[in-house]
Design a protein around this ligand. Structure first.
Ligand code: ADP
Ligand code: GLC
Length: 484
């Protein structure tokens, strides 16, 4: 049985800004089902302290270098997985988001916040927090935990380290002055270590120093070794290609399943697929759109940032306004995108409805109501909504990249004949290509028998966490082998 310290900067149901929260909330539980002894470690943000339930102080004296840090112990909901919160009120107990203040500005002390988090991970990993537990594996996720593998690499008799990349575009870059202020070993400021074009990169720490690296889909693992997707780290990744692999994220079918989803108007599954329409009608009413179950409805739920191709959606909408379709969108992100998409929607308020903000229930309602789900992402390490969409019988239209390419099969004639088509895939993130895919989808929608075939193949897909957890256990084996 492996002992795994699973480190992340967000995890559901306590805190989430994106897909990492879904993953860190579900994967540890799935690993525990596979006989791993998993402990999840998170920063004790204000929101987490409020939601975590009963907490016990288990350590108030860690490294001499971490005088003001305490460890609080709790439990992840509906599991027996232990939760350790790194309690440092001056760093984490404040209003706002995990990485940014209420205006969306990065916290100015992020370097220090996540340095302390990583130093604590390292102290626990080497049993210096008096918790009487020493992991075999330290599993880190994204830049916020990228320093830990670097610190670990300097320890004698250390556990093996695994670094999962959820997104190369966020790198945790800080200046020399900030680095000096952290009081970390100077050896980390080196091109063979964490220095990256005259800054310190936490992401690079994870990539260079962990025993194995993985991304959240096989396609993205290939892509990041190229200039186009590598964000400047393609060279290092190519050198470490033997340590790099891709494991597709899973889906929590307890949360995302139209058969028992309590957040939607009418539950359904493949056999009762006709009830899906009631969700469309309910959402049409709720959003003030024309009520007619036969109008095809397109949906999006995403962070409104360039990665997601939100600009393509904004450009597509005026073209759709001439057709008999509806569009429902939910998201938040870059202000200019939020404003533009709202403006286009308001111009056609009988057909388009957009809500800016974060809304868990509306996300479920859109998945259940829409016929077609749009994900024209420029890059997508894995992507979760296309997998939710498949289960909800909401046919995804996706760009041929990353996890989207690994999870959706294009509705070509041959794939339809072989009953393996599940959606529409387009190759170039250009409006013309995207629009062609939307037209193909709307045409097929007019052929109910064919459409049902596509929906059926999608609903039958299984992306359960169980499959991914098995692959992670294998990865842990590989990490221990490389550590030697
Ligand atoms: P990313 O992590 O890049 O944002 P993913 O597809 O992996 O993309 O995960 C995004 C997650 O966040 C999904 O569970 C999605 O439903 C959810 N989400 C994104 N935006 C919103 C929003 N505005 N309201 C509710 N849920 C959202
Ligand atoms: C990142 C990626 C997304 C992925 C998620 C969870 O935020 O952008 O594609 O699904 O992490 O791994």
């Amino acid at each position: 049985m492996y002992k795994v310290l699973f480190a992340a900067s967000e995890a559901l149901p306590l805190i989430k800004t994106g897909g990492l929260g879904d993953v860190a909330g579900a994967l540890p539980l799935a690993l525990a089902q596979h006989q791993a002894d998993v402990r999840v470690i998170l920063p004790a943000y204000r929101e987490v302290l409020a939601k975590a339930g009963q907490l016990v102080l288990v350590s108030s004296q860690i490294d001499a270098s971490l005088p003001a840090v305490r460890i609080l112990e709790g439990q992840l909901a509906n599991s027996n997985v232990k939760l350790w919160l790194v309690d440092a009120p001056h760093l984490f107990d404040r209003d706002g988001q995990p990485y940014s203040d209420s205006n969306g500005q990065d916290w100015p002390d992020n370097a220090q916040r996540y340095a302390v988090f990583n130093q604590t991970i390292n102290a626990i990993a080497n049993d210096r927090a008096k918790l009487n537990w020493r992991p075999d594996i330290v599993h880190c996720n994204d830049w916020q935990t990228g320093l830990a593998p670097a610190l670990l690499s300097m320890e004698p008799n250390r556990p093996a380290s695994v670094f999962t990349i959820h997104n190369m575009a966020y790198q945790g870059l800080f200046s020399w002055q900030q680095f000096v202020g952290l009081g970390l070993p100077k050896a980390l400021w080196a091109v063979e270590s964490m220095e990256f074009y005259n800054q310190i990169s936490f992401l690079k720490g994870g990539i260079v120093h962990s025993d194995v690296i993985n991304t959240v889909s096989p396609r993205y693992a290939e892509e990041i070794c190229t200039k186009e997707f590598g964000c400047g780290m393609e060279g290092i990744l190519q050198q470490r290609q033997d340590r790099l692999s891709g494991i597709l994220n899973g889906i929590d079918y307890d949360v995302w399943n139209p058969r028992n989803d309590r957040l939607i108007n009418r539950q359904y599954d493949y056999d009762t697929f006709r009830f899906k329409q009631q969700n469309k009608v309910a959402l049409q009413k709720q959003m003030g759109l024309e009520i007619d179950p036969n109008i095809p409805m397109l949906g999006i739920v995403c962070r409104m940032v360039e990665q997601k191709g939100i600009d393509l959606i904004i450009d597509l909408l005026p073209k759709l306004s001439r057709q008999r379709v509806q569009f429902v969108g939910l998201g938040s992100g870059v202000k200019t995108f939020e404003e533009e998409i709202s403006r286009v929607a308001e111009r056609n308020s009988a057909k388009f409805a957009v809500q800016i903000g974060y809304n868990e229930q509306l996300a479920h309602q859109i998945e259940a109501a829409a016929d077609i789900f749009l994900m024209p992402s420029r890059f997508e390490p894995c992507g979760l909504n296309q997998m939710y969409s498949l289960r909800y019988g909401t046919v995804p239209i996706v760009h041929n990249t990353g996890g989207l390419a690994n999870t959706v099969t294009d509705a070509t004639k041959a794939n339809m004949r072989d009953k393996i088509a599940t959606g529409f895939v387009f190759n170039e993130t250009k409006l013309a290509d995207f629009e062609r895919a939307v037209t193909r989808a709307l045409n097929l929608y007019q052929q109910p028998r064919m459409w049902k075939k596509l929906v059926k193949a999608g609903m039958a897909q299984n992306f359960s966490w169980d499959i991914s957890a098995k692959a992670y256990i294998e990865l842990y084996r590989k990490a221990l082998k490389y550590r030697g």
